[in-house]
Design a protein around this ligand. Sequence first.
Ligand code: MN
Length: 307
Amino acid sequence: MKYDIIGDIHGHYHDLLELLKKMGYSQSEQGHYYNPDRQAIFVGDYIDRGKNSRQVVQLVRAMQENGSAIALMGNHEYNAICYHTKGSNGEFLRPHTNQNIKQHCDTLNSFGDDGFLNESLDWFKQLPLFYENEYFRVVHACWEDEKIEAFQQIMGGNLLKMEQLEASTQEENELYQAVETLLKGRELELPNGHSFQDVEGHVRTHVRVKWWENPVGKTYLEYAVNSFKPEVAEQLNIPIPTEMQAILPYSTGHKPVFFGHYWLSEESPKLQNQKVCCLDYSIAKAGKLVAYRFDGEKELEEGKFCW
Ligand SMILES: [Mn+2]
């Protein structure tokens, strides 16, 4: 079996259509897109930011339900479920703060009020958080064996059971740690109360880190995934303290791993290394929608990106 692993879409329907056609997918008589020789795997984040979340969900869902794609859950689908679900104290599991409302409103506008929202939430709820076959692994943000095992132990598989949804939002819970890592990746708290403003103007006290690299001997700046404005970069140009270096990077002895989530901005897609491949190239920020075309190779190849 051959696979096309596809990065974060964020409501950019026309780019998705273009990419699928470029990779030889066409519409079946029933209307879903398929490629008879390949299976698509979506890393999640179908909604928010772009204007056409409804069409994206319809397209991906039709592919998944007809067996031409596997669709994983991204942090935006997880957030949407929590945004619309109340906990035992009667409050929404994702608070309706101005920032959260703003992040979700394009999706709500696109979904309309004809029942598509509830239908989609039901679909989101049964999306797996990770996928593994004999060749490779896929997750939205970070594959960490310990967290995958913890999730499997609690859930008995790769699906988030809704009776455990509230527990997954409670910081003291083991499940929270697992879901955070799988869907949002690893973050490192900055020392001495340092903070900075991200591209959207939100104040951040943590940086997203390259979990596939060894932090030993690196500065925060070197270990962070994204680049920063000069004044922020200067703040982050300090060594990571020894006690925070005890994190193991993704082993090159493992199967290759694919993920999205990280807002990369390189001109042409690059592998993180021969076993690690991020597919999020910021389609929602004037970037591009990227796929990796997998044909069974043991080590990943840079020539297999498609965009
Ligand atoms: Mn994401």
